[in-house]
Design a protein around this ligand. Structure first.
Ligand code: SF4
Length: 109
């Protein structure tokens, strides 16, 4: 487990985002979401999968570049893969849009 646990749920300046009041994580179970090396994240993922704000939480963690812990039922590795997959989808869509238009294709360096 990390020495300093990020607050659960994440707070901003004066307080939480409104949807965070519905989260299944809180200061009393924060440890679950930051399993140590060799510890299973299963319990945290199970809770996340019953959390009604999972999607918002996941998007926030991705946007903030959270490098540790379970957020939105995904591990750090899974979030990194999600970011790569989303970036690839956006890039393909942009290339496809350009290919379907009269614009010149972007130059690849
Ligand atoms: S999805 Fe998981 S980490 Fe996110 S708010 Fe819900 S319980 Fe907390």
């Amino acid at each position: 487990m990390h020495e300093v646990l990020p607050q659960r749920p994440i707070s901003y300046g004066d307080g939480m985002l409104s949807w965070q009041a519905q989260s299944k994580c809180n200061p009393s179970n924060a440890e679950l979401f930051f399993p140590g090396r060799g510890d299973s994240p299963r319990e945290a993922i199970k809770l996340c999968n019953t959390c009604t704000v999972r999607e918002k939480c996941l998007n926030l963690a991705v946007a903030r570049g959270e490098d540790f812990g379970i957020w939105g039922a995904l591990t750090t590795t899974e979030r990194k893969k999600l970011i790569i997959d989303r970036a690839a989808r956006i890039t393909r869509a942009a290339i496809q849009a350009t290919a379907n238009s009269d614009q010149a294709m972007p130059q690849v360096a």
